[in-house]
Design a protein around this ligand. Structure first.
Ligand SMILES: Nc1ncnc2c1ncn2[C@@H]1O[C@H](COP(=O)(O)OP(=O)(O)OP(=O)(O)O)[C@@H](O)[C@H]1O
Length: 943
């Protein structure tokens, strides 16, 4: 009979949920226990009470009834009562009598559950084992975070996302041409970072009109639920800092930039990653930074991760472009002068990289140029490896990375173009020359905008301009001819869009307007009406802002009511239709007044820049060079000079394109997508899709948790909460859910959940299993051809784990690892028998007998567990050494990079180098202190 002493703490094996019991009285071979947490009292026969003595060991942490915790150093026993001695959370020595232990303590640890008789079924134990193994496999997957989106596997996007997402604190400019999927790339990167715990708090800033589109894209494509912060939401949250109430926040750039209170709160809220869309609006010059730029600069200083998105990085000029690069990596981009100088050297750099990529043997000249390029880069050792055939291939790759990083636009600028991505539909231009009406002839000769948009000058008292402007009747006719095809109409000014909508309505055409004067809700409603295939509007008339960021690829006709002066804006306009998902040739209808400024601009784009047919990377540079002459001729027509200008634009465009192709663009191309690598990633995602383990695994999960499954159609299933649902199952509401595991179906059927290993339902279920103690203690009867019947075995799983402050992101060097041990009752190691070779047999005894058996064998089981722990501990140094090496190698690379940058850039601060060293030391301390934890234990009887 155990020695019960009043004041001792025990736990009920049959009712562990009662909490920690305290012995009240021991009389006449009976013991009375009080369970304070559940206000229950129980009396047991003392000689066979289903109770287990609670005794903590040194190294464990205990909690007092007042909520403070202490780490146990020693346990003293006096007259049957235990006193724990150790240190509290501040490290101060303290002691705790067992009577003062927290009454609510739960015993979820495997040994506790095993010895308190909380036994799981073999199926649950297997599920736990499968889950832990799967988690380990998923953690190691190269395409982690890149498979779970409701997105097609598009090579250049996967390349970028893979390249960027695995960086600890990604800071990049995503600058793919319009419509190639920057939002999706940012989504993939965020998804990866959130999934792997690299980021927890994310802030997205976008122009106000795109708020809703982003909200929806993140939700439906990536299951990321961002909270939209606007005035209303901000006021509603009665917190000191409303931004701290959510982890994922979406708001408009203006909302923060132009309100000091919002700005201060956002800066103080703490973010791991900030994403800024349409970043070309961040204007900067050496004299003045815009409030938007200043805001992002400040955010970039407090947030380790920063993604800037723009399709037209040079829209506001090269200086602003440089300034954005500086936001991302101030050490690398520290002087505008130096940046321009470097740009001039791009061609030579690209040439050397091409040799490294393609030449089987590097000639002396190339080697000499390479050596000259890397003199400052601390890369002598890498250079030397070129000479050894065994190491040459890797050395080439390392040198290419190094050159791209420290000499080109770095690893921080990604720009894919239609020319390299390919597979986009053709564009067809349909120009319409119209006579210039008399009312427009008197435009002032000092304002090019007035000449290009003459309707803005129309005298108010002369009636509606649109009744007299021939472009309007052209537009009406064209739209009627095209009916019922959808047409996106773009003009420069909001008022023009408003008037045009009226004109079209009068002409009996279903049209909606979309401009900056409308509320966001009204804009979204207009866009949705236009998108509606059945009863929607045939036409959407947008002002220039409508041409930014929106997805209108379901339409194939674009009508340009006028033309913008800036070539980037023209590309933005066409990009609304010319984007991923466009299935048809895009027809661009452009009207212009013959012989006037509009005609010249039309020719400029068509004959000079060929910018209707395809994006022209040289256009911004040609525009910058010939801008003066162009404006002059827009104001004062002169046919001879016009012809010369067009010819010069075409000549310059060709020359610049050629130079770009050999220099900057070649470097960008190399950095933005390596086809071989991208193809490999696509194949990996496809292999994940084809992997048929997910559904059988989920069936086990649904079975254990009581979720009912019905077939829906091929690859699709209906899930319902079953009558015996064990707990609130993640992402499954009372209405149930229809799910598919097929990406093609998932893309087409947004009403279904697209389940992958990364879906919140699957991840939630896995968390439930692993964190809930589910299946961590079991008793099984198994059969194996090599094992005699009637033996007792103990199988134990240990997790090797390293805890460290989150900011260190230690998981990249020390991923959690599962170790398995299997012993028979003599202590012989049977670990060579694979887990799946032990075949479960039905148990021939009931629960009470099982508990009895385990209690009877407690000593042996404890000894075998101690053996397992010793062996696990023996393996620990190897894990520690390997991850310490991984960490030191990576941090040394980073340190070398910073030292090399410091040689050329005085702005690299000494403290930054110190910080890398300090963090490495800190990480090393954490790795050295890595720990083992028993995750699950199973007692096995052989049959
Ligand atoms: N991998 C993908 N799978 C499915 N749809 C995609 C994928 N990539 C892009 N799309 C769709 O293509 C369109 C363009 O993508 P996205 O909006 O990301 O482009 P963008 O480069 O950000 O455009 P912009 O330059 O206009 O801002 C969107 O409708 C997007 O949903």
């Amino acid at each position: 009979m155990p020695d019960f002493v009043p004041g001792q703490r025990w736990i009920s094996e049959t009712e562990p949920e009662l909490g920690l019991g305290i012995v009240l009285a021991v009389e006449h071979s009976r013991v009375t226990m009080l369970f304070i947490a559940s206000s229950e009292r129980r009396t047991y026969a003392a000689n066979n009470a289903p109770l287990t003595r609670v005794r903590f060991n040194p190294g464990e942490t205990v909690e007092s009834v007042d909520g403070w915790k202490m780490k146990v150093e020693a346990v003293r026993e006096q007259q049957g009562i235990l006193t724990y001695e150790g240190n509290d959370e501040d490290g101060a020595p303290t002691r705790l009598e067992e009577m003062e232990l927290n009454h609510f303590l739960q015993f979820n640890k495997p040994q506790d559950r095993l010895f308190t008789g909380q036994l799981d079924s073999s199926a649950t134990f297997r599920l736990r084992h499968a889950t832990l193994n799967l988690l380990g496999r998923l953690e190691q997957s190269e395409v982690r975070g890149l498979c779970g989106g409701r997105t097609s596997a598009i090579p250049h996007q996967l390349y970028i996302a893979h390249e960027v997402a695995r960086r600890a604190a990604p800071r990049v400019l995503l600058a793919d041409e319009v419509g190639l999927g920057k939002t999706i790339e940012a989504g993939l990167i965020m998804h990866h970072q959130l999934l792997t715990g690299r980021a927890e708090r994310v802030l997205i800033l976008v122009p106000e009109p795109l708020l809703h589109q982003w909200l929806v894209e993140m939700r439906r494509r990536f299951n990321l639920r961002f909270s939209l912060f606007d005035e209303e939401r901000y006021a509603e949250t009665g917190e000191d800092n409303p931004f701290q109430t959510e982890q994922l926040v979406l708001c408009s750039l203006d909302f923060l930039a132009n309100d000091p209170r919002h700005r201060a709160h956002a800066l103080a809220a703490g973010w791991d990653l900030c994403v800024v869309d349409e970043a070309h609006h961040l204007e900067w010059s050496e004299e003045q930074a815009s409030p938007e730029y200043a805001l992002v600069e400040a955010l970039g200083q407090v947030s380790p991760g920063l993604l800037l998105l723009t399709a037209t990085p040079e829209q506001l000029g090269k200086q602003s472009h440089f300034a954005r690069l500086r936001l991302l990596d101030p050490d690398r981009f520290y002087s505008y002068e130096r940046f321009l100088e470097e740009e001039r050297e791009y061609e030579a750099l690209a040439d050397v990289i091409n040799h490294l990529l393609d030449d089987p043997a590097l000639d002396l000249n190339t080697l000499a140029r390479l050596q000259a390029l890397i003199t400052q880069d601390l890369a002598e050792e890498t250079f030397a490896r070129l000479g050894n055939p065994a190491t040459a291939a890797q050395a080439r790759q390392d040198l290419i990375q190094l050159l791209l990083d420290r000499h080109g636009t770095g690893r921080i600028l990604f720009r894919n173009t239609r020319a390299t991505v390919q597979g986009f539909p053709a564009r067809e231009l349909l120009g319409h020359a119209l006579p210039l009406p008399a009312a427009y002839r008197a435009a002032p000769d000092d304002d090019p905008a007035a000449r290009l948009h003459p309707e803005t000058l129309f005298p108010k008292d002369a009636g509606d301009w649109w009744k007299q402007d021939p472009r309007v009747s052209w537009l009406t006719q064209t739209l009627k001819q095209l009916r019922p095809a959808k047409v996106l109409v773009i003009c420069a000014k909001a008022q023009t869009a408003i008037d045009l909508e009226e004109a079209l309505r009068v002409a009996g055409i279903k049209a909606a307007a979309f401009h900056e004067g409308l509320s966001i809700v009204a804009r979204d409603r207009a866009a949705a009406w236009f998108a509606d295939a059945e009863d929607g509007a045939q036409v959407l008339v947008c002002s220039e802002i409508g041409s930014e960021g929106r997805n209108f690829q379901f339409a194939h006709h674009l009508a340009l009511f006028d033309l913008p002066l800036n070539p980037d804006l023209l590309e933005q306009r066409i990009g609304r239709l010319d984007r991923i998902g466009q299935a048809d040739t895009i027809r661009i209808h452009a009207a212009y007044f013959e012989g006037g400024a509009q005609h010249l601009l039309f020719r400029w784009y068509h004959e000079g820049l060929n910018a209707f047919a395809q994006p022209n990377p040289a256009a911004p540079a040609v525009f910058a060079r010939l801008h003066g002459e162009l404006i002059d001729l827009l104001l004062r027509p002169d046919p001879a000079r016009e012809n010369a200008l067009i010819a010069e634009a075409a000549r310059l465009s060709a020359a610049i394109q050629q130079a770009l192709h050999q220099g900057r663009d070649r470097l960008l191309e190399l950095n933005s997508c390596r086809n071989e690598e991208a193809g490999r990633l696509v194949a990996l995602v496809q292999a994940e899709d084809a992997d048929d383990k997910l559904w059988p695994y989920l069936e086990q999960v649904f079975d254990v948790y009581g979720v009912n499954v019905e077939e829906h159609s091929e690859d699709c299933h209906i899930l319902q909460q079953g009558e015996h649902l064990r707990t609130q199952f993640p992402e499954l509401t009372e209405d149930g859910a229809t799910v598919t595991l097929n990406r093609r179906i998932g893309l087409a059927r947004e009403d279904m959940l697209f389940l992958t290993w990364e879906h919140p339902m699957v991840r939630g279920a896995m968390d439930l299993i692993v964190n809930g103690g589910q299946g961590n203690a079991a008793l099984s009867v198994v059969r194996h051809p090599d094992l005699d019947p009637g033996q007792l075995l103990v199988e134990a799983f240990y997790l090797v784990d390293c805890t460290a402050p989150k900011r260190l992101r230690i998981g990249r060097y020390f991923p959690p690892t599962l170790l398995r041990f299997l012993y028979d009752q003599t202590g012989d190691n049977l670990g060579a028998l694979p887990f799946d070779s032990l075949i479960d047999q039905p148990r021939q005894f009931d629960r009470e007998q099982a508990v009895e058996l385990i209690r009877g064998q407690r000593k042996l089981i404890t000894q075998l567990l101690a053996l397992a722990e010793r062996e696990a501990k023996a393996k620990l140094p190897q894990f520690v050494a390997e991850s310490a090496k991984r960490m030191v190698d990576a941090e040394t690379r980073e340190l070398k990079r910073m030292v090399a940058l410091k040689r050329v850039n005085p702005n690299v601060r000494k403290e930054e180098l110190e910080r890398i060293k300090e963090e490495a030391l800190e990480m090393n301390a954490c790795i050295q202190a890595a720990n083992l934890r028993l995750d699950a234990v199973r007692v096995i009887i052989t049959a």
